[in-house]
Design a protein around this ligand. Sequence first.
Ligand code: 5GP
Ligand code: MN
Length: 345
Amino acid sequence: MLNRIVDENKIKELRKLLEVTEKIVITCHVGPDGDAIGSSLGLAIVLNAIGKSVKVVIPDLPPRNLMFLPGAKEIVNYGRYKDFADSLLRDADLIFALDYNELNRIDRVAEAFAASKAPKVMIDHHLAPADFVDVKISHPEVSSTAMLVFRVLCRLELFPYIDKNAATCIYTGMMTDTGNFSYNSNDPDLYIVISELLKKGINKDAIYSNVYNSNTPDRLRLNGYALDKKFKIYDNLNGALITLSRDELNAYNYQKGDTESLVNKPLSIPEIFFSFFFREENDYIKISARSKGEFAVNKICEEHFNGGGHKNAAGGEFFGSMDDAVLKFENVIEDYVKQFLDNKC
Ligand code: 5GP
Ligand code: MN
């Protein structure tokens, strides 16, 4: 038996909304990861199974290694099909916001989302959820939105409608947001849910292989280059920074998702407790940050890099050159580390 965590009143509100709903749109954040896509597709499959007309609308395409997920090919890419997506959002009876806590996280979809008169329901696990929905199911203590979707579906008595396909999507979200159950993964309920998903027929080994064994030669070489030539360790701070410029990315025919887990690599050194990765996009620098233990990288991303996220996994954006981004990072990081170490003593 799972512990109950979602407030009964919210479940009642959601049940009521679903009763009078025919057309549903599910949205998730820009640069979608396994949890964003997995939770969205998992929910879509179950709501479809109970007779709803459901579309998943996202700002940009999922990475290639998630395209094996059931329903991934039917996702509506807002960037490509804006008019169609606008009409879906406008005509929807209900809109879900999955795996994000602020409207700006859905980028170009935000305007049509906000303009739609449909009631909106958030299911999310990021800290500090903003007020842009009617029903807010926000649980930062849950390791993935996918796991939260599973909990909500059970409470709605829709567990029987979770088939192998939906279970595959939900498991993928749970697996990717915990680094294959290597962080945020001490909750015993996690393993109860995995057990239920296995009984639905998922092949967890195949899911792992689809998601993680998805290298191309260029991708592997780019990561090798980054670790060999662009990996700076700040010995006095026990932290690391990796940077890749546009030219460097182009030299290895960079495709979205090619540097997906690069930021985690420095943390495999026992002494290193934080790691940043700066990737040059066309008009800004994308920041990814990871940490171990109590060192909160979301705070740094919020305060200096227009971003946020979780304590141990966060990100943001820097509008300026790579050199300026590095300069800013080096200017601010020392104080955070000092403060952290002072508090620990
Ligand atoms: P990643 O490094 O995998 O791109 O992002 C890790 C986590 O950081 C995401 O799950 C999300 O919570 C957060 N994050 C990443 N980029 C941004 C951003 O630009 N803004 C905010 N608010 N959060 C971000
Ligand atoms: Mn997530």
